[in-house]
Ligand binder design. Structure first.
Ligand code: 5RP
Length: 212
């Protein structure tokens, strides 16, 4: 498994290598695949300006690699955003958030010109939803959101002992019908107390790199 993640991380570096420029900012996702990507990107760190990160974990790894980390509020343009996923459908809709970082990941993805998703082939699915859908919630609203999810046909599980970088909680949901993922992304985000859910149908990747 880690071999496949290393391979796709290399594919992403190859994809980017001749596109880098001195003032370029790159958006960086979160997860083990992205960690391999950062490791590879380190060798090219003098060929671009720096990164905007989607999590405190990735920021620390970027800083250790000697890559400058900018706040999203401090930059005007992010040329590329590179991130993994938990599931990728044929139309490039995603489920993300296995690491609980999907809210900031979605923000950085939407701020970027070109989202490159990097996955090993086990993440490619015909239908989204076998992987439990993460929903970040304001802590006080967790039970209310869970009841609303039940009424949509989903089965919520509280991710105990986990707090997001924003100080919120995560509910992981199975059983929802995600055939119209765009509609479900909007519907869940319309529930009061939801910060964001892990469906990426509004902000789909432009490129998906896949390794064996
Ligand atoms: C984190 C994510 C990750 O991209 C997703 O969980 C995939 O992780 P990994 O690369 O470790 O398999 O969405 O919130």
């Amino acid at each position: 498994m880690s071999g496949s993640k290393i391979n796709v991380a290399k594919q992403a570096v190859d994809f980017l290598e001749n596109k880098l420029s001195e003032k370029m900012i790159i958006g960086i996702g979160t997860g083990t695949t992205v960690n391999f990507f950062i490791e590879q990107l380190k060798t090219l760190k003098h060929r671009f300006d720096g990164a905007v990160s989607s999590s405190d974990r990735s920021s620390a790894i970027l800083q250790d690699a000697g890559i400058k980390v900018y706040e999203l509020n401090g930059v005007n343009e992010i040329a590329y955003y590179v991130d993994g996923a938990d599931e990728v459908s044929k139309d490039y809709s995603l489920i993300k958030g296995g690491g609980g970082a999907h809210t900031r990941e979605k923000i950085v993805a939407s701020a970027s010109e070109h989202f490159i998703c990097i996955v090993d082939k086990s993440k490619i699915v015909n239908d989204l939803g076998a992987f439990p859908l993460p929903i970040e919630v304001i802590p006080e609203s967790r039970s209310l959101v869970s009841r609303k999810i039940l009424s949509l046909g989903g089965m919520p599980t509280y991710r105990q002992g986990f707090t997001t970088d924003q100080g919120n909680q995560i509910i992981d949901v199975t059983g929802l019908d995600l055939h119209n993922s765009l509609d479900m992304e909007y519907k869940i985000n319309g529930i009061a107390g939801v910060v964001d859910n892990g469906i990426f149908a509004i902000n789909k990747p432009k490129t998906v790199l896949i390794s064996e």
